[in-house]
Design a protein around this ligand. Structure first.
Ligand SMILES: *Cc1c(COP(=O)(O)O)cnc(C)c1O
Length: 488
């Protein structure tokens, strides 16, 4: 193969090389799906040994074919197969077939979303996708949004804008110009005790510290206890603290439980607080013809985190951040002569960098644009509903089996449970459940999750894959039971 094509250009030789390389790679990728296992089973040391010894930067390159051969030998076989029905561990989805093509298109074009002159059609598509998504989530006129790298960045944006809005409105202090106000260490952010750790990370990054995050207890069904939230806020005010924002979780990472946004929104209105919805997980429910009402109240939130690389089954990375009042994006905007001149906006050139924490940014909006049109609402709804049904099925099975304990009824597609024997101590059960999970990975190539509930080790299924059938779940239950015997 010709080696001197550096780029895909209008040159016929370059085009030929592009087609050949892509088809070679596509063939190697599909060949690597040799069985239904989620993982080859290698231990960490085995993977390390295999990987070490590759010279990263030889003086002379070995060429595409030999490099691909290495990829075929070392990388592809040991990648986790996320489309496997034996992969049920995390909020980590199989990417829909057609979205792989979107990735190829957006990588080939390499548009950068910071300014119109780096991404002309891509900018207008992102703007349009965002506008239509705002409507889909029922947000009012004047709302806006931006694509992000995922939930962590979207949460950081929500809490940043909450801080800047709150300090401007309530403390008459401009954080953008002057940094934190002097009473910064009295500011409080409320979120449930099982919310995502990016809330605390954000508080740290924003100079407010972990202490600013108040963990509100959850009810038995793993939702924020809103009565307690109201009492805690009132007590904090009495104690001279400064409540700023509430972060509601729409689909907790472990349980998929959904906080009652309407009741939380009432409290936020009463106390003058920003309400951010972390819907990184649950945002996908919007596609469901049967369950989208579980998102009720999301349209009342000041800002929303949406992840497309979870329930929407799109490749990493793909997320978005929505804002009820687009004016609040001004807290992030800074004009640079070399990038986003003010005159551009006046002349109709949109530079999206003004709404983003990133500068150079991927054209991830293309993935949503293509998949929504190609599959359509009903088909996407079916994929979501299948996963909700699977979670319900598995819950019913383990809930009625004395050899299992389960935490709560699933609201989305996650079930937290553990293998259980009434005469075994919690300590013994912890060890047993941990061993079952490790053994599943390395012996059976089945990957499931693990977490802690009530101080005890629990196992977790996150059922994002609509290919999973009840038989896969029945098999898993049997395998777990068999393993509990070997391990005694
Ligand atoms: C996954 C998740 C996040 C983080 O999103 P990333 O896309 O992984 O950055 C935040 N919040 C919740 C509830 C999540 O489940």
């Amino acid at each position: 193969m010709q080696q001197d094509s550096l780029f895909l250009t209008s040159d016929e030789a370059d085009k030929k090389r592009f087609l050949e390389s892509v088809s070679k790679a596509a063939e190697a990728i599909s060949k690597s799906y040799t069985n239904t296992r989620a993982f080859s089973g290698l231990k960490p040391e085995e993977v390390k040994d295999m990987v070490s010894g590759v010279e990263l930067l030889p003086k002379e390159g070995i060429g595409f074919d030999k490099t691909m051969a290495k990829v075929e030998e070392m990388v592809l076989p040991h990648m986790l197969k996320v489309s496997s029905t034996d992969y049920m561990a995390h909020l980590h989805s199989p990417p829909l077939m057609e979205s792989l093509i979107s990735e190829l298109i957006l990588a080939s074009g390499n548009q950068s979303m910071d300014s119109w002159d780096q991404a002309p059609v891509a900018t207008e598509i992102e703007v349009d996708v965002i506008n239509q998504l705002c409507k889909l989530y029922g947000m009012p006129d004047g709302s806006d949004g931006i694509f992000t790298s995922g939930g962590t960045q979207s949460n950081l944006m929500g809490i940043t804008l909450a801080r800047d809005w709150f300090c401007n409105e309530s403390l008459k202090h401009d954080v953008k110009k002057f940094g934190l106000p002097k009473e910064y260490n009295k500011i409080r952010i409320y979120t449930s005790e099982i919310s995502h750790f990016s809330v605390e990370k954000s508080a740290h990054l924003l100079g407010l510290g972990y202490n600013s995050v108040v963990k509100v207890p959850v009810t038995a069904n793993q939702k924020m206890d809103v009565d307690k939230l109201g009492k805690i806020i009132a007590d904090d005010i009495d104690n001279g603290l400064i409540p700023m924002a509430v972060i509601g979780t729409v689909g907790t990472t472990d349980y998929g439980s959904i906080d009652d946004l309407n009741s939380i929104a009432d409290l936020c209105t009463k106390f003058g607080l920003w309400l951010h919805a972390d819907a990184a997980y649950g945002s996908g429910l919007i596609l469901s013809n049967t369950a989208s009402n579980r998102l009720s109240g999301i349209e009342r939130c000041d800002s929303i985190t949406v992840d497309f690389h979870k329930m929407f089954l799109l490749p990493i990375s793909c997320g978005a951040f929505f804002l009820k009042d687009s004016k609040n994006f001004s807290h992030l905007t800074l004009h640079a002569d070399y990038l986003n001149r003010e005159e551009d906006e006046e002349e109709g050139y949109t530079n999206l960098v003004g709404k983003s924490m990133q500068t150079t940014r991927r054209f991830d909006a293309l993935k949503v644009w293509m998949i929504f049109q190609s599959l359509g609402k009903d088909k996407l709804s079916d994929t979501i509903d299948k996963t909700l049904g699977n979670a319900q099925y598995f819950y019913n099975k383990v809930n009625s089996d004395p050899n299992f304990q389960v935490v709560t009824v699933p609201e989305i597609s996650s079930v937290v449970f553990r293998y259980f024997e009434s005469d075994a101590s919690d300590e013994k059960l912890d060890t047993l459940n941990k061993r079952i999970r490790r053994d599943l990975i390395h012996t059976d190539g089945i990957v499931i999750g693990q977490t802690i509930f009530d101080g005890k080790v629990f196992l977790k299924l996150t059922l994002l894959n609509p290919l999973i059938e009840s038989e896969n779940l029945d098999k898993l239950i049997n395998v777990i039971k068999e393993k509990s015997n070997y391990n005694k």
